[in-house]
Design a protein around this ligand. Structure first.
Ligand SMILES: Cc1cc2nc3c(=O)[nH]c(=O)nc-3n(C[C@H](O)[C@H](O)[C@H](O)COP(=O)(O)O)c2cc1C
Length: 167
């Protein structure tokens, strides 16, 4: 198996490289992977979530033998997030995963920043309204939504590594 990924602001790249290093797998960025990945070679595809979709997944499914795919987004991981991801993203026969990456507002253009600001408006307002009643996790998440940050962590890869070990 090899890892193929796409990443706009670096969080998916960080996970792909961490996973590749831990599992001793070759890692290829999607632009340029075609032609380098052997025909029929099983691929684990990773891409940033954009409006619920795993960026680059359709291209990866057309070009490679995708056995597993992972969306990297900004929301905390939960069964609901994975369920929503599985409803929208089609990769026949592939197992799907979700990882919380990060948010880098300074690395994206104003239109994308605005799209994210609109999508996260209600959660920001909800957290702001809690004022001093916010938990430390909620404080951290509010700061993350407002200013950006990273939740990339090696331990988040455990479920994917278990799946790889069991294949
Ligand atoms: C236009 C836009 C749409 C996004 N949509 C989602 C989304 O639907 N769900 C989510 O969890 N994160 C969403 N994000 C956040 C990114 O998925 C997140 O920042 C991810 O970690 C970026 O990965 P990258 O650094 O590899 O590009 C969106 C970001 C942008 C700019």
């Amino acid at each position: 198996m090899v890892i193929v990924y796409r990443s706009d602001t670096g969080f998916t790249k960080a996970y792909a490289e961490m996973l590749g290093e831990g599992e001793h797998l070759e890692v290829f960025p999607l632009p340029g992977a075609v032609g380098k990945v052997g025909a029929g070679e099983p691929v684990f595809y990773m891409g940033p979530l954009m409006a619920g979709r795993i960026t680059g997944l359709n291209q990866a499914v057309r070009s490679f033998n995708v056995m597993g795919a992972c969306g990297v987004g900004m929301s905390p991981a939960s069964p609901q997030v994975l369920e929503a991801l599985s409803r929208v993203n089609a990769a026949p026969g592939a197992s799907l995963f979700y990882l919380q990456g990060g948010w880098a507002p300074k690395k994206v253009g104003w239109l994308r920043r605005r799209m994210v600001a609109m999508a996260t408006k209600s959660i920001r307002e909800e957290l702001l309204a809690k004022g001093g009643c916010r938990t430390p996790e909620e404080d951290r998440y509010l700061d993350f939504l407002l200013h950006g940050g990273s939740f990339v962590a090696r331990e988040n890869l455990e479920r994917i590594r278990q799946w790889m070990a069991g294949r």
